[in-house]
Design a protein around this ligand. Structure first.
Ligand code: ZN
Length: 143
């Protein structure tokens, strides 16, 4: 029987997204892919996957982070209006929105990078050579 799956589908959609959401390497699940909160290692120490697959790779991560922050800002404004109704305390609403607009992208920054890497390998499947240290599970026809 011929093996038709590529390496990305071997890992699985849910697992790749879960790894991205938890600041892990989307290919192997390695946790140690950051040198601090803001600095991602150039490649995964476990599988060798290079996170910047092409130039400008992390523009997508910025887009993910901006989208999540925009949603958080809208939610904070809705909650602010709901909590302060019927008087609508604008200083509190604006203050909380400013805090959200600073805190959320800071906290979400590393997740946006690993999540974008995960989304990227779902859109452009992983080539065999992109994770050279990856230990692959045995297939049926492997000896
Ligand atoms: Zn890895």
């Amino acid at each position: 029987m011929a093996e038709t799956s590529n390496s990305t589908s071997e890992i699985g959609f849910g697992r790749i997204i879960r790894r991205g959401l938890t600041r892990r390497c989307p290919v192997c699940g390695e946790w140690n892919v950051f040198d601090g909160w803001f600095r991602q290692k150039p490649s995964c120490p476990q599988c060798g996957f290079v996170f910047a697959r092409k130039e400008g790779q992390f523009i997508g991560a910025i887009g993910v982070n901006t989208s999540v922050t925009a949603i958080a800002i809208v939610l904070s404004m809705i909650i602010g209006f709901a909590v302060t109704a019927p008087d609508f305390s604008l200083p509190w609403i604006l203050g909380s929105t400013v805090v959200v607009s600073i805190v959320v992208p800071t906290i979400f920054f590393p997740v946006s990078k690993t999540l974008w890497a995960a989304m990227d390998i779902l859109m452009i499947p992983l080539e065999e050579t992109e994770a050279p240290l990856r230990q692959r599970p045995l297939r049926k026809n492997d000896v």
